[in-house]
Structures are given as C-alpha cells and as structure tokens.
Design a protein around this ligand. Structure first.
Ligand code: PBG
Length: 328
C-alpha cells in the first residue's frame, strides 16, 4: 500500500526567506508611516510618559531632534499634539498664534518640512481645562455648533503656522465642512484635510490622555465618539459625510481592534485611508514585552503588517521611526 501524499503543497512557497519575501502580499514602507509627537510648553527637559515607554513630551528642541531622526529614517509624516502651559474653558491656546502647537509646527516645518509631511491634530481637548473636545453648554454638554467655530479658528492658526495637513479628531458633526470653509476663506485652499472619520470611544486612549494631559475632568467622550458596539453602518456613514464635506483622506481609529472597519472603509472609498495605532495598542505590546511575555520586535512588525493588510494606506504609529529603520 503506497502512502498518500498531498497533491497541493502550500509550504513550497514558505520554505526559505527569499521565497517568502518574493511572494509577500503585504509590504510596509517607511513613507506610509506617520509619527505622532507631543510638545509641551515651558519644560526644559523632555518628559518621559510613564505609560508609553520610549515616548516623550518634547521640548521645542528635543522635538526638532526627534523629527530629524524620523526624517532620516524615511518616515513619511508626523502629527503634532501640544500641551499648553495654561488651559481655559474655550481652549484659547489652540488658536493663539504663539500657542505651543503653532510654535512647534513652525519649528518642524523649518527642520523637516521638505522631507516629510508635517500635520497637526485639530481638536480642543489638549487646550481645555475641562478636557473635553469642545466648548460646553451651560448644562455641561459639548456644544457641537459652537465648537465648530473654535475648530475653524484652530485649523486656520495651525495652517498659518505652516501645518501641511489639518487632521480634525473631535468627532463634531460638520467639522470637516466648517474647517474647509475657514481654510479656503483664509487662502489655505491647498491644505488638505485628513479626517478622523470613524473614531471610537476607546478605553485604549488611556495612555494618550497622560501624554497629552487631556483626560476629561468629568464624564466621558461617549456622546461624541462612536460606540464600539454602535450601528452597523455608522463608520461608513461618518466616512461618507466627511468626504461630502471635503475630506481629502480619512482615518479609522483605533487600529487593531477595528480592522474590520478599516477593511470596510478601504473597500468603499477612493481616497487614502489612514489607521491610528493608538497609545493603548503601543502600551499593551510594550508592557507584555517588558515582562518577557512576547517578542517585542516581532509583535510590533506583525501589528503593523496586520493594519496594512486590513487596508491602511498610512499608519500613525508611535513606533514609526523604529519601524522605518527596521524596514530599510
Ligand atoms: C483627541 C485625540 C485623542 C487621540 C488622538 N486625538 C484622544 C481622545 O480622543 O481622547 C488619541 C491617540 C492615542 O491614544 O494614541 N484630540
């Protein structure tokens, strides 16, 4: 009796590293990585973020240095968040021409503006004393339409400081249209909008709120960010609305727990789709690796490949510089 041998042998294409490399269906390139960065007003030394080992609140100086390193590694872009020295109810530091984000952007454009895309997160939570993403009604709710005026002012201030992409992240209805109109009216019709279109109210933003010092002082963001268990078509609806309002590219956030949404969006639209591998995704892998429970480098690259495979054209990741170096 002769042994039965398999007719098909998929393993043939997996046997050697050159073979696997040749047949790979998902490739990562440094240019599609975007590094989120934090700059803090009034500090003399970079401030390590406890829940995000390896990530810092930068001084203006260390920000330039870190951006320079990212550019040298071939990273495609960076997105800046700022922590002002003084916060108030309306987030005035957000559109102050001398605000920390505006100063940081000008520095970054001078340092790396020709080599990589300098973007800004456009929201109010880093600038408000209550930590919400908009201005509040007397009753303590986030006032959608009053917030739109603030976003428009923040976006224009950022563009004036040199921001090359405006990325609204506050999940207010109509925010893309309001920002587009304001940018156009001020002569910034060439500045694109990357809309955080499908953004979920996630527990995994925890470390970011330490990094950006923007945890809500009361309540939560559930009334404006999407419910992880929300209506089936909600993400696509948000994406379509943002495109109709003039978004040039759209984003899904978080990434790893929302790869299904990312795939849906990628299949639906004809603009670039970004995914944000957020602070909690970073912290999870770093923490497990620090305990010796997973292989850190492999876990990082596997997570990025998964996000790419699910359909992301661009990936915002705190590992951008490190991953870019490894890809070279
Ligand atoms: C809001 C904003 C947040 C993040 C990016 N933009 C925080 C939030 O919605 O609470 C989170 C990013 C991360 O967790 O890495 N301006």
């Amino acid at each position: 009796m002769t042994a039965q041998f398999p007719a098909a042998r998929p393993r043939r294409l997996r046997r050697t590293s050159p073979m696997r490399r040749m047949v790979a269906g998902t490739r990562l390139h440094p240019a599609e990585l975007v590094l989120p960065m934090f700059v803090k007003e009034g500090i003399d030394e970079p401030n390590p973020i406890g829940s995000m080992p390896g990530v810092f609140q930068h001084t203006r100086d260390s920000l330039r240095k870190a951006a320079h390193e990212a550019a040298e590694a071939g990273v495609g872009g960076l997105i800046l968040f700022g922590i002002p020295a003084v916060k108030d109810a309306r987030g005035s530091a957000g559109d102050d021409p001398d605000g920390i984000v505006q100063q940081g952007v000008a520095d970054l454009v001078a340092e790396v503006g020709d080599a990589m895309v300098v973007m800004t997160d456009t929201c109010l939570d880093e600038f408000t004393d209550h930590g919400h993403c908009g201005v509040l009604t007397a009753g303590g709710e986030v006032d959608n339409d009053a917030t739109l005026e603030r976003y428009a002012a923040v976006a224009v201030a950022q563009a004036r400081a040199g921001s090359q992409v405006i990325a609204p992240s506050g999940m207010m209805d109509g925010q893309v249209a309001a920002i587009r109109a304001a940018l156009d009216a001020e002569g910034f019709e060439q500045v694109p909008i990357l809309a955080y279109s499908a953004k979920y109210a996630s527990a995994f933003y925890g470390p970011f709120r330490e990094a950006a010092e923007c945890a809500p002082q009361f309540g939560d963001r559930n009334a404006y960010q999407q419910d992880p268990a929300g209506p089936v078509g909600e993400a696509l609806r948000e994406v379509r609305l943002d495109l109709a309002e003039g978004a040039d590219a759209v984003m899904v956030k978080p990434a790893l727990l929302y790869l299904d949404i990312l795939r849906q969006v990628r299949d639906e639209v004809d603009v670039p789709v970004a995914a944000y591998q957020i602070s909690g995704e970073y912290a999870m892998i770093e923490a497990a690796a620090a305990n010796g429970w997973i292989d850190r480098d492999r876990a990082i690259m596997e997570s990025l490949v998964a996000i790419r495979r699910a359909g992301a054209d661009m990936i915002l990741t705190y590992w951008a510089t490190e991953a870019a170096r490894r890809l070279r």
